[in-house]
Design a protein around this ligand. Structure first.
Ligand code: SAM
Length: 265
């Protein structure tokens, strides 16, 4: 993950705050603000081993109860203030009951996780990022299912204004103070191959990030699965009839219906 120490960085949904602590402590980033969805009492009860005290001791502000789906939870001081916003391993909290599932509209988890990512990107470019700054948003996610079924690369809320720029490998070893946390419990998750996906201003040069392009955007590849290259039309048709492709196509239809019904801004 490329980070410039001088950038003004905001973290979103940083569970136990260990990622924010790591980019300060291990990487040396100087201008960090951190945020979590939980309230401070919920955070300290959920994660006994958290980095709140260390961040406060270094004058790093922690914004609690920042819900990326609810702009009224954003402090006005966060407006147009950052070069980069990072969400490590976004994941919706699990439903505690059937009533809660029903209250969220009974949407598929795949759709709700896409909404979380789409809203994160929307708010980055609409609210958090300084229009005169670097204008970058990073999402790190695992390259296995169910995460790989979210079609992250194609969740762009402003296709004419911002661009999916590509991805870089996320090497956890470079962040020794960071523990990837479970969304609901005090459990450290094992690290699997992960990618940091990057969005920025369309038509701006971000060469220093040294990004790799997703196969979904290469010629003769499937734009849903990234499979290919298909040298003959029949190979593409066989792929499109496969169970794996059909499953992604179903998720895509659910997401398009969700967008068409204006469930997102
Ligand atoms: C798998 S955990 C990862 C936690 C942390 N980012 C890490 O890397 O260890 C997913 C995180 O997403 C956060 N999250 C889920 N929904 C959110 C929302 N609507 N707004 C902000 N954060 C959210 C959860 O609170 C949780 O901390």
């Amino acid at each position: 993950m490329y980070l410039n120490k001088e950038w003004r960085i905001l973290t979103i949904g940083d569970g136990d705050l260990s990622f924010s602590w790591s980019i300060f402590n291990d990487i040396g980033a100087k201008h960090i603000s951190a945020s979590v969805l939980d309230s401070i009492p919920e955070l300290t009860a959920k994660y006994q081993d958290n980095q709140l005290v260390n961040l406060h001791a270094n004058q790093i502000t922690v914004f609690d109860q920042l819900d990326i789906l609810n702009p009224s939870s954003f402090s006005p001081t966060l407006s147009k203030s950052f070069d980069l916003v990072i969400f490590q391993f976004p994941l919706i909290p699990s439903f505690s009951s059937k009533a809660e599932f029903d209250s969220k509209g009974k949407f598929d988890k795949n759709t709700l996780n896409r909404q979380l990512i789409w809203s994160f990107l929307y708010q980055c470019f609409d609210f958090f990022l300084d229009p005169n700054g670097q204008q970058l948003a990073y999402i790190t996610s695992k390259d296995v299912k169910p995460y790989a079924h979210w079609n992250i690369e194609n969740l762009n809320p402003f296709p004419t204004k911002i661009a999916f720029l590509g991805w870089m490998p996320f090497a956890q070893a470079k962040f020794p103070s960071y523990q990837l946390r479970n969304v609901d419990r005090d459990k450290v998750l094992k690290s699997t191959a992960s990618k940091t996906y990057v969005w920025g201003k369309a038509n701006q040069d971000y060469a220093e990030l040294n990004l790799k392009q997703s196969p979904k955007f290469l010629a003769n590849h499937c734009d849903l699965c990234g499979k290919g290259p298909f040298t003959q039309e029949i190979d593409r048709q066989i792929h499109q009839a496969s169970f794996a492709h059909q499953r992604l196509a179903k998720y895509e239809r659910l997401w398009q219906n969700f967008l068409d019904d204006n469930h997102v801004q």
